[in-house]
Design a binder for this molecule. Sequence first.
Ligand SMILES: [Zn+2]
Length: 669
Amino acid sequence: MRLLITIVLVLISCSVFSSENDSGLHTDWIDNTVDPAKNFFLYANGNWIKKNPVPPAYSKWSNFHILQENNLQTIRTILMNAADNKKIIPGSIEQKVGDFYASGMDEKAIAAAGIKPLLPEFERINQLKNLQDLQKMVARLQMMGVGALFDFQQMQDFKDSRQVIGVAAQGGLSLPDRDYYLKEDKKFQFIRERYLQHIASLFELTGESKTQSIVDAKTVLKIETRLAKASMPRILLRDPRAVYHPMTLAAVQKITPDFSWQSYFSDMGHPELNHLNLAMPEFFKVMNSQLKKVSLNDWKIYLRWHLMDSFAPYLSEAYVREDFKMKALLTGVKEQLPRWKRVVGTENQALGFAIGKLYVEEKFPASSKKAVEVIINHIRAALKSDLQKITWMDAKTKQAALEKLDQMEARVGYPDKWWDYSSLEINRDSYVLNVMRASEFLTKRDLNKIGKPVDKNDWDMTPQTINAYYDASMNRLNIPAGILQLPFFDPRASAAINYGGIGFVIGHEMTHGFDDEGAQFDGTGNLKNWWTQDDLKKFREKTGKMASQFSEYTVNGTLRVQGKLVMGEATADLGGLTLAWRAFHAPDIYKTVKTVDGFTPDQQFFLSAAHVWASNIRPEEAERLVLVDPHPPAMYRVNGTLANMPEFKATYQVGAGSPMANAYCPVIW
Ligand SMILES: [Zn+2]
């Protein structure tokens, strides 16, 4: 869990220029049998949707995935060239990325090793004698990236954004959310039954008897269900104040008398630590009582399970197959991705910034960076002008908002300084051990920031990522190189496409600085109220309307979107597209756009914005996302946003009674 430090936009993109025109507009995706005033998403993307069903190995399919496929191919070539290079310097990043890939593709060695690489860890768990040993093992597993018992990370102090502190948060579950453990619907009961079988099957593969593995699986589910019950629901996690409880070591110790934080911090490389944010005190109270209630033997079973669950995808075929079975159940995926794609995906996480350096050298022209910076400036100017004109805010709040915008930084492309991977050993001996060492390297690098001033150079996303994010504690938006491709952006595309695409993304991220979460942080990134009481009330009414609007929308027939979970992202979409529209309408920009195939510049702009979200999704995945994803489903990102924009209604002559005319219409800017 990233604990609200970053607010990430998971954007979906389109593919390449259509052959019919050179503006970048895909008129061939439009379904003319749908009335744009009734369902703009289906009108703009209907033909795309019909022609692009979800492939068996995916839970969702979109133009984003098509772009991602191209990226995977590019990265694969980089990795294969490195793996085949005989003149490579040992210890260089080329050696590391090449060897990691080679080890992942060496199916023979992986099959021969079986479970062996994990045996020393199983033995360590087996040897635990008491609670002290148990918590040492928890620390060891967490270092390897295993989600045992709870999460421990670094974060910028909400109240002093210049400093990095430690944060302990709820965790220790394997299913995607607490709801999966607690909901009584038949569907969730079925998932839990299958989860029990899955745990038992993996235990059986390690040599346990069938009877024992079933008993052990029940033990795991019982422990996890208790942790799930103690966990805060996802909607509440969006409130930074609800998850901010900085306290001294003595105070933390009082809440959890049976867990020695001092020795835990030593094990995590921070013996000096004397305070932290105990994000969810109630969770830790329950964790503490469980430490005593659950027998040591049962804890061993729980830890064995989490170790297995984390590393099964990198073991031999039987483990991989069993792991996939559970993923398929949760997402609806029908078949496994080919090995090379899985390895590239894993390596992209493990050695992301090493790959990123090679990726940028090959794929990212400096001219793109400059052109996007120009668009950022136009969007920023649009927001500034809107804030100045806003009527419902008083002068004091307005001044603070303008200051926050002035202080907002924007970065494009990739970090100024590349990561140092010299302490990470990667070789061709064992794939799973490479994954484990890389995971440990990442945890250590992260925790190493605790107690120090913030490293302003760091990025949370790798340069090759097709996405963007706003960081509230830094008051900064970040646009990685990966997203600066068509259809989001291309210097040759018309302004309607670029502003409907990357302009929308930039506006979205900028708006996060002022959504229901972002608005609680000031221009320096501190959690500090800068609103007058009256304005804050008005603002909450407006974002509250957004939550009500989205709660009316349903998925798979009857499953309701959680308005309160998605309202930050829905706000960012509305603010973002509105800002992109304003910037697009600057006379110098607007006059460059011609009518294409009978579509006016304004129609092209809205089509471009809707095309970004063209997608198909499996019902299982749609259901999972409604529970865990703070972004609204694709159709409502388009229809819910446009329904709130008078500019859209004027462009497409949407009448008052139409489903694309929202009665709430919360004008925020
Ligand atoms: Zn977002």
